[in-house]
Design a protein around this ligand. Structure first.
Ligand code: ACO
Length: 388
């Protein structure tokens, strides 16, 4: 089932099957990235993700997605200088973050911070989104998160440094010390892996908002909200919760059986598009084995193996495999991040993809306005309030 959204089809007048959750519907044309679900492949502008992970820096990938090619050294130096010089937050954004309760979820703080940025620096974000805005917003997302992370502990935000790359500076602003390579390098690979992913729910959200000719901050605020849900980017902290509840290898079978008997979904498994292993999961598994505590990795692997066996038994034909979120948890924990910073760190990376999609949508825009199948009644008559 496929057909362009907003292509003028009156769904109610056709006999086409209705795609639940828009499954299989082509919602936009994009040259940015594609998920080849049957093969388990992910491509960014022509490069298989295996070509980029561990070889390209996050900044090179941002350049690739936004500008269309991998930069040469001169281009990269100029590009990094621009990105890194944009990290400081306007005072008004910091004031907004200071006003949030310490127990607010970091994703809510990020959504608020991006939205505040749009209101406080609104002249920058008008009229149509452009690359400079994408760079400014992407540079500030880690600063927003790091500032809130510190404020909620009663600490002052750490000003950014413009001699550190994105992964280094994010950890520096979070923890106040320049990170060791064994911490920032896995984070950088993680950021490369998560930068874009076809027409996922949050990217679609950003494109829908951009298609109304709204501003970039509104599009990214909406995307943050969409990413937060556990069926999308909100799963990795729940993976960590699952692994801590399981606790030891001997509990794996009983825990998974109980969860599946209750009809629960196992976090970190299944995907709308991948019907083979998510290539990012494969790369992250290798990184988790190197970076995380051996006992934690062994528990993760045992849980993964048994979950795959049980899902194959209970959901034959569904082709449920490990998704990116399962080993994200182990990698991000090894980097030193607490569970509630996992999804926000996903957003640090995906802001590149979201903004690239907004720019692509804006360059060739048509309002995204699909149809619905009307299943309500049409024959009711008004009665006054006393007659009801
Ligand atoms: N655990 C148990 N059963 C599952 C799981 C899972 N993780 N995923 C899918 N299923 C089952 C469903 O119950 C359904 O079974 P049924 O047909 O017998 O009712 C069948 O597989 C198909 O599921 P759908 O809901 O149709 O799959 P959909 O494409 O809508 O959902 C999703 C994809 C949301 C990722 C789903 O697999 C899921 O909920 N996974 C767990 C949450 C998770 O890991 N989220 C992160 C996704 S990756 C990302 O967005 C970055």
């Amino acid at each position: 089932m496929s057909g362009p959204i907003g292509g003028g089809v009156n769904v109610a007048e056709t006999d086409l099957p209705k795609p639940e959750g828009l499954e299989g519907v082509v919602a936009a044309a994009t040259a940015l990235s594609h998920v080849f679900g049957e093969e388990g492949r992910l491509v960014y502008r022509g490069y298989d993700i295996h070509e980029l992970a561990g070889n390209a820096s996050f900044e090179e990938v941002a350049h690739l997605l936004w500008i269309g090619h991998l930069p040469n050294r001169t281009e990269l130096d100029a590009f990094c200088a621009k990105l890194w010089d944009n990290r400081s937050l306007p005072e008004g954004v910091l004031t907004t973050l200071r006003a949030l309760p310490a127990d607010a979820a970091p994703m809510d703080a990020l959504r608020t911070g991006v939205s505040a940025f749009g209101a406080i620096d609104h002249q920058r974000f008008e009229p149509a989104p452009d690359l400079d805005e994408a760079i400014a917003l992407t540079a500030r997302v880690p600063s927003i998160l790091a500032a809130f992370f510190r404020l909620r502990q009663g600490k002052e935000p750490v000003p950014p440094r413009n001699d550190l790359n994105t992964a280094q500076n994010y950890l520096y602003q979070l923890f106040g010390v320049v990170p060791e390579k064994r911490h920032w390098q896995p984070l950088q690979v993680y950021l490369v892996l998560l930068a874009d992913h076809g027409m996922n729910a949050s990217t679609f959200t950003a494109r829908v908002i951009a298609s109304t000719q709204s501003d970039l901050c509104s599009a990214i605020t909406g995307a943050v909200g969409a990413l937060k849900g556990p069926l999308h980017g909100g799963a990795p902290s729940k993976v960590l919760d699952m692994l801590s509840e399981i606790g030891a290898a001997e509990n794996v079978d009983a825990w998974l059986t109980d969860a599946l008997d209750r009809g629960e979904r196992l976090m970190g498994f299944g995907h709308r598009v991948y019907k083979a292993e998510d290539p990012r999961a494969e790369i992250l598994r290798g990184m988790a084995e190197e970076a995380s505590d051996p006992d934690f990795f062994a528990l993760s692997k045992r849980t993964e193996d048994r979950a795959l066996e049980m899902l194959a038994e209970r959901k034959p034909g569904r082709r449920l495999y490990t998704n990116v979120e399962f080993y994200s948890a182990a990698v991000l924990a090894a980097v030193g991040l607490p569970g509630d910073m996992f999804t926000p760190t996903f957003a640090v990376s995906r802001t590149v993809g979201w903004t690239a999609h907004v720019l692509e949508q804006t360059a060739n825009n048509r309002l995204i306005r699909p149809q619905s199948e009307f299943v309500g009644r049409t024959d009711k008559r008004f009665t006054s309030i006393d007659e009801r």
